[in-house]
Design a protein around this ligand. Sequence first.
Ligand SMILES: [Zn+2]
Length: 97
Amino acid sequence: MILWDHPPRCLSPHVLPARSHCEALTWHPPRGDTQVRVVRWTCDCDPLFYELCQAGGVRFIRRTRRSRSDLTIDETDRRPAAEADAMWIALLHGLVR
Ligand SMILES: [Zn+2]
């Protein structure tokens, strides 16, 4: 499966490149929730990686961009779990970014 077609040390999926009809997600600064559970994540071998997070009864995607000196973190809107899970799958397949 292409999502896993990376060096053996990579145990988590990678996002596919954005497709031509890729839709833009709205990204916000982190809200600073204290009770966040990371449900799924992409491989962090890349300086850009994503996490599907659960906070209370809703889910969102967290985007982390790592540069030499710091981390930039953004989050999507909170969504019901089923909707956020669909957004996560779309992200992995390059349909949203
Ligand atoms: Zn990797």
